[in-house]
Unconditional design. Structure first.
Length: 139
């Protein structure tokens, strides 16, 4: 464990969409700043805010396992679910993304037993290289 005692970390469940992970967007650093940590471990899956839908239960269980592994390995200070508008993995309205990212964050906290804060964030589309981060809620 590389200097874990000196680093404050978080775990983000985010979309795999390449647009969010470009250097210009810098999602990882922006999430770290939002959460007040040095770094963020990423679990990237298509449409993370849709994982709690019944038809995606096997993906959800795999994600819970990955999150628990990172919680045990890195003792994060926070978890975050970062969804985004115009998502091919969970193609719903902007209002539904807000509802679903809240539900996913709440379920992530419950399923992992994480005792720290779990936040829900929505990346708001301006262009493929410009996204605003909109905090939606915290549990």
């Amino acid at each position: 464990m590389w200097g874990q005692k000196h680093k404050k970390l978080a775990v983000a469940l985010t979309c795999a969409d390449w647009r969010l992970h470009q250097r210009k967007v810098d999602l990882n650093s922006r999430l770290a700043k939002l959460l007040g940590v040095h770094g963020v471990d990423l679990i990237a899956v298509p449409g993370p805010d849709g994982l709690t839908k019944p038809e995606r239960s096997s993906e959800w269980q795999a994600t819970i396992g990955q999150t628990k592994l990172l919680i045990g390995a890195h003792a994060p200070r926070a978890l975050v679910v970062a969804a985004h508008q115009r998502c091919a993995g969970h193609p719903v309205s902007d209002a539904e993304h807000e509802t679903d990212v809240l539900a996913t964050a709440k379920a992530l906290k419950a399923e992992t037993g994480f005792d720290g804060p779990v936040r829900a964030v929505l990346a708001v589309y301006h262009s493929d290289t410009a996204w605003a981060l909109k905090p939606i809620g915290e549990f």
